[in-house]
Every structure is written in C-alpha cells, then in structure tokens.
Write a new protein. Structure first.
Length: 327
C-alpha cells in the first residue's frame, strides 16, 4: 500500500495523518541492541529505521511525536512535555482512558500536520519518541541534533510496532522495562478475559468494513486498528483493500464491523443490505471516525485498548447471534 495512501487512511483511524502497515503477524521491528537495559540502567541503544539511537541516561523531558506515542509514555507512568495533536472532532485531550489524576502538567501540543523542529527544540527535551511517527530522514536528522530521537521501525511505516512491541520499546527508552512488562501482562490479561467470556470469537472471520468519504474498504492487519479484533480471537484479512460500492459483497464474514457509515445509510444500500451477514443481522455499526471508540482504536495503546474491549466485546457477541448492534 503506498505511503501516501497509508497516511490518508490513518487520518480516519484516529483522525490523524499517518497509517502504517501494522500487522500483528508481521515481522517484529528492531528492538534494543543486545540485552535490554534493566530499570534505571543506561546507556541503552535502540535500533530503528534510520540506524540506532543511544540514550545515555534516564530521560526527564520526553517529547512524544508519534501519532499515538503519548499514550504509551503515560502507560508507563511518565507525563510527556509535548504530544502530537489529534486532528478532527474527537476531544483527544480529554480522552476517557487518560490517567486520572493526570501524571503532570498538560503536554504542549505539537502540530499533527507537520512537526516544527523549532518548537521541539524550544522545549529542551532529553528524549524524542517517534515509534509511530512516520518521520522522514531529514526531519529525523534535525531532531537528532536536539536530543536522542527514536524513529519508527521502518522508513516507510510498514511493519509498524504492535501495541506490545511499542510498549516494550518505550519501556527500554524510558528505563522502565519492568513496568513495560507489567503493562503488557495486564493488557494481555484483559484480552484473555474477554476471549474467555466470549469463546465464540475464536477463529471467526471478522470484516472491518470502513467507509472513508463514502468509499468502502475491507481493512486488514496492515491497519493498526485490527489489533483489537485479532486480540479478541477473530481472524482478519492480512491486507487492506479498497472496494467499489458494487464490490461490497466481499465484505461478507461471520461478523462485520462497520465504521464511517450509519446503520440507516448501510441498510438503504441494496448491495450492502444483500450481504448474507447483513441479512442475518451479524453486523456491528461502530459509528463515525470522531467517536471515543474510534479514537481508542486509533491509539491502540495499553490505555485505550481495555476501553475499546469493554465497549465492543458485548456488541460483537450479540451480533454473532444475529442481533445487529449500533445505529
């Protein structure tokens, strides 16, 4: 999938700009060189798309330039001094899963459209984290002159880090590896509990039918948001495909998760309404891209995923039983 298209699609994932190929079955991204540093032990070296970055001591002033980065930093108990803005109607600075009480002062807002190197330099960071940032080489080089900068695993954004990998990388960068392991364990437990409560999810074919400006997409695991559904035990196609309205029959599955289109709009479409899963009521209508749930999917962090699980698991369970959910 071209990088420009990936960027366009991600604007509708969390109403941000970039969308990476983020397959949970993809090759693991580079991690720390050698053995990961134990908590508080530095220096630590992290490999990424543009080489490697050595962090000499535990950072105190962290700037989160990735599109979901701040969530991962806060999940490990650190308040970033700046975070990338969320573009769209969703009130991202008051997202429901933020730590309460806040870990520190409200982070300064960085532009979601284009990073200002001058703004970041003025913040005097000692670490710049961009594991899900889609940095280009020139911007990375400029930021690296300000502070140690960790970029995405691959230059074009493909094979992006999964939520657990990103948590682990963040923990290494912050000197909080033990806490990262604990957060991963707790988040995975949430998935496991949901799967135990809904054993019928296992192996079922779920279609992510996302409508972007009226165009249907059959999303796959190269989309960050598939992590939620795969984590619940569903099978999701490996690659995202743009469809025509006439090709919507390809969205048939054991259950269909629809986003970006209301139930009324969907059921008024004769092609969509003719899909067997739709006729049998096996559909969840998740709303538009500005909802809290859409934001939780887009961040796909240890903070937002439990919120998303609690929201969608009961709906998916009912839809598999032929009881359509949502409006």
């Amino acid at each position: 999938m071209p990088r420009s298209l990936l960027r366009t699609l991600a604007a509708f994932a969390v109403l941000l700009l970039a969308l990476a190929g983020c397959s949970t079955g993809a090759e693991e991204p580079p991690a720390a060189s050698g053995e990961p540093a134990a908590d508080g032990q530095f220096p630590v070296t992290l490999n990424h798309a543009f080489g490697s970055t050595t962090i000499e001591q535990q950072p105190q002033r962290v700037v989160a330039i990735g599109y979901n980065e701040a969530d991962f930093v806060m999940a490990l108990g650190v308040q970033p001094i700046a975070e990338r803005e969320f573009q769209g109607d969703f009130d991202w600075q008051k997202r429901a899963w933020l730590p309460q009480p806040p870990l520190g002062p409200t982070p300064e807002v960085l532009s979601g459209a284009e990073l200002s190197v001058e703004q970041i330099a003025a913040l005097q960071p000692d670490l710049i984290l961009g594991v899900y940032s889609f940095l280009d080489r020139s911007t990375y080089d400029a930021l690296s002159k300000i502070a140690p900068t960790v970029a995405q695993p691959t230059e074009d954004g493909s094979n992006a880090a999964t939520w657990d990998e990103q948590t682990r990388i963040t923990g290494q960068a912050l000197g909080r590896t033990e806490q990262a392991d604990q957060v991963i364990t707790e988040t995975q437990k949430k998935f496991d509990e949901a799967k135990q409560a809904h054993p019928d999810f296992a192996g079922k074919n779920l279609k992510m039918a996302f409508y972007i400006e009226g165009t249907p997409w059959d999303f796959g695991t190269d989309d960050l948001r598939a992590q939620l559904f795969e984590g619940l035990g569903f099978q999701v196609r490996p690659d995202s495909q743009e469809l025509s309205l006439e090709q919507q029959g390809q969205l048939d599955g054991d259950v269909i998760a629809v986003m970006g289109r209301t139930r009324a709009e969907a059921e008024a479409d004769p092609v969509f309404s003719a899909i067997p899963a739709v006729r049998e009521g096996r559909v969840v209508y998740l709303g538009g891209f500005s909802t809290e749930f859409a934001g939780a999917l887009g961040y796909s962090s240890p903070l937002s995923l439990p919120y998303a699980i609690d929201t969608v698991a009961p709906q998916l369970d009912a839809a598999l039983k032929g009881q359509p959910q949502g409006n």
